[in-house]
Design a protein around this ligand. Structure first.
Ligand SMILES: CC(C)(COP(=O)(O)OP(=O)(O)OC[C@H]1O[C@@H](n2cnc3c(N)ncnc32)[C@H](O)[C@@H]1OP(=O)(O)O)[C@@H](O)C(=O)NCCC(=O)NCCS
Length: 374
């Protein structure tokens, strides 16, 4: 672990105290290393969690802290480490894996593909009207409990791609390793929660900006109250930023937002266990559909071949065999599965194809995004 610490501290230009906290939060058991002649030449972490798709949580391995020491780079160590990590997750029956990539090419080699986003939005707080609201705000201290988690679960059910946070992810959200403290508020009451916000204050030459780490509201009134709460900082604070999807439906409630996108981050997803991924996610309750796939996967033998996905009553069942109407690489399945791209986006334009239409009926949904960086 000491060697891992040296590699990661150097790879990410971190201070040593950051590594100490990061190691504590991640847990030694979640780090993986690749050695050559006894020397650690590559490291990463696999964070077990879940991800919401179609109203259900699918187990997911979040890949973080991938590093190779500079004098060892360019020898395929990272590629081998990622291959082993994917094989391990498959053995452990973890159907999905997600990461934020510094190089798309590297992770494509292991079957990952950009499949969702984390856009950082920014708004001029003076463009939000501040109204005294009726909904109470209750400060949240320490790791959030059930009421906040219930709001997050409600948001997860209605959207695609967000992490189903366990204690580790809630700590990562609410206790920043660096910089300013994180302030948290629950909207509504413990018995009837309707939203939450967690944010930091980033000092500017004059005053500070609000850096929202995550916010969620389960009703339009709660969302208006949240905007109003942010606007109440505007004597000292000019802008607020927050993570969201590319086009954030939360902006709908504002009359004239002065808004822009500060940063765009794509996350990559790997379908590790095809059958588990298709059977554990949810689908629209009214949908009845059948898709015949022929899948190719260089790394995981069990994902290869023909499969039939039958969707009914919000659930999917996979059986081997079928006609193989939609021929697809495992990498291309990722943005189809999350709903980032339509089946038509993934293929060359051509005549209308019933298999592509069927795939779209099954997988199209709210655009996939994620609030949590890791
Ligand atoms: C990114 C990193 C882990 C790559 O390690 P590595 O062992 O040198 O990578 P590999 O030799 O296995 O590379 C395999 C393929 O990945 C891609 N790749 C690797 N490094 C890349 C880079 N810096 N830029 C673009 N593509 C890269 C290439 O396609 C490469 O194949 P090629 O050499 O045939 O072109 C290493 O450069 C590193 O530790 N960087 C600093 C920390 C970091 O960025 N971590 C990743 C965070 S997501």
């Amino acid at each position: 672990m000491d060697e891992v610490g040296v590699i990661l501290t150097q790879s990410f230009c971190d201070q040593e105290e950051i590594w100490t906290t990061y190691r504590e939060r991640t847990g030694d058991e979640n780090f993986r290393t690749l050695r050559d002649g006894g020397e650690v030449v590559a490291a990463c972490a696999i964070l077990p969690c879940g991800q919401w798709f179609g109203g259900r949580v699918v187990p997911m391995g979040g890949i973080a802290a991938v590093g190779v020491p500079p004098h060892r780079r360019g020898r395929r160590y990272a590629e081998r480490l990622m291959g082993e990590a994917v094989r391990e997750m498959h053995r452990e029956r973890i159907p999905l894996s997600v990461l934020y990539a510094s190089s798309v090419a590297l992770y494509r080699l292991a079957g990952y593909e950009p499949a969702g986003c984390r856009m950082i939005h920014s708004i001029d707080l003076r463009s939000i009207a501040h109204r005294k609201g009726e909904i109470p705000f209750v400060p949240v201290r320490g790791t959030p409990g059930e009421p906040v988690r219930a709001v997050a679960a409600e948001r997860g059910r209605r959207s695609n791609g967000n992490v189903d946070r366990d204690d580790r992810f809630w700590v990562m959200l609410t206790k920043a390793i660096q910089k300013q403290p994180v302030f948290g508020y629950l909207l509504g009451s413990e018995a009837e929660p309707v939203g939450y916000v967690f944010f930091q204050q980033e000092r500017k030459e004059w005053g500070y900006d609000l850096v929202v780490r995550d916010m969620a509201a389960t009703t339009p009134e709660a969302m208006r109250a949240l905007w109003s709460f942010l606007a109440a900082h505007r004597t000292m604070s000019r802008n607020a930023s927050w993570p969201g999807p590319a086009v954030d439906p939360r902006l709908r409630g504002l009359a004239e937002p002065v808004h822009r996108i500060l940063r765009s981050e794509l996350w990559m997803l790997r379908i590790v266990d095809l059958r588990g991924a298709l059977e554990q996610r949810g689908y629209p309750a009214s949908l009845e559909a059948e898709l015949h796939l022929e899948v190719a996967d260089d790394l995981i033998e069990a994902n290869n071949g023909r499969f039939m996905l039958r969707v009914r009553d919000g659930r999917g069942v996979v059986e081997p065999g079928g006609r193989g109407d939609l021929r697809i690489k495992i990498r291309e399945m990722a943005p189809l599965y999350t709903g980032l791209w339509s089946a038509g986006d993934l293929t060359a334009p051509g005549a209308p194809d019933p298999a592509l239409e069927e795939a779209d009926r099954i997988f199209r949904g709210p655009p996939p995004w994620m609030a949590d960086p890791f």
